[in-house]
Design a protein around this ligand. Sequence first.
Ligand SMILES: Nc1ncnc2c1ncn2[C@@H]1O[C@H](COP(=O)(O)OP(=O)(O)OP(=O)(O)O)[C@@H](O)[C@H]1O
Ligand SMILES: [Mg+2]
Length: 364
Amino acid sequence: MPHLELIDVSKAFNGVYAVTSMNLKVNEGEFVCLLGPSGCGKTTTLHMIAGFEAPTAGKVLLAGKDVTNFRPNQRGLGIVFQTYALFPHMTVAQNVSFGLEMRRVANAERERRVKKALDIVHLTEYKERYPRELSGGQKQRVALARALVIEPPVLLLDEPLSNLDAKLREVMQIELRRIQQQVGITTVMVTHDQAEALSISDRVMVMEKGKATQYDTPLKVYENPQSPFISTFVGKANMLRGAVLIEGGKYFACIAGMKLALDIDRYEGQRPGPGQEVILSLRPEKLCFAEPGLGIFDAQVKEKFFFGSQWHYTVTSPLGTLTVLQPNDGRQPNDVGDNISIGWGESSLRIVPNPENLDVVAAT
Ligand SMILES: Nc1ncnc2c1ncn2[C@@H]1O[C@H](COP(=O)(O)OP(=O)(O)OP(=O)(O)O)[C@@H](O)[C@H]1O
Ligand SMILES: [Mg+2]
């Protein structure tokens, strides 16, 4: 039985649907991210789980029990908002203790639990400080301790790291995952940052325009995206259009007059027939440079950008402009204008399911 379940949950504001028929199952101890662009309904979904918004239709189950009509305090879930919402006039320890006082937990027990929560988030030394005396990351950890201390059945996090600078954000992602695993708490986190969702969660729910579009492990979402939108929203992708050719049981894509081998075994949809138009994806980091004449086709370097660990190139090729990412191995990079050729491993050219029959033409 899932620990948390949404069954066909929808929410309309003034007749306009923000979330449509959302189904979600989260197992006990699992870390799930709701990932999608701004306005796709992530916060609305989280608020329906917490009880801040009543669904227009559908059910919310907690440990098998229908809690759809329960108020937030009856559900007792731990919530961390984007803004932290700490009490400015209370110390760190008082902020963390507050939820326990509201629940009339006895003094000794309260002290024990506050101490444990502060210990988990590494803030014991800061317990007498006020929020204004803390850094962004420390405030974020107080908010987390305050949610954990009530020992909720589910922890809900709405973009908890979005106020932090890039470096601290990365540190806190690892920290958050460590704490979640240590406590073993079922967690649903909202983020619009695909790298964050991939690195932190057991499963990712991709959302688009109020709908759940794919629910899979991070690796599956990245390697087998179920729509052109997911291909480009989760990671980067060169999107191409081609027609299917089948020869001797082998699948090829005909693109710009070239016959390119396809990895059909990894394709989970209904197999396309000969001549069928399909959308294809080539991940930029799966392409590599070779000497002219030695790769699959020749190309010319159009632009180059340095990202520290990687070089980001655009190249002019018979398939159009392609993005190519190459690891920075310390050697001299290719220059704009260089003639090169492009190669890739056998399974890198993939058909992307196109449930909405989108017209995708350009490489992005
Ligand atoms: N109380 C409300 N009244 C009317 N419309 C609302 C309300 N809350 C949300 N919406 C609308 O519902 C849609 C989804 O909003 P939601 O806040 O869930 O998006 P989100 O995915 O969390 O976006 P973001 O990443 O920007 O936080 C948006 O179009 C928003 O304008
Ligand atoms: Mg939101």
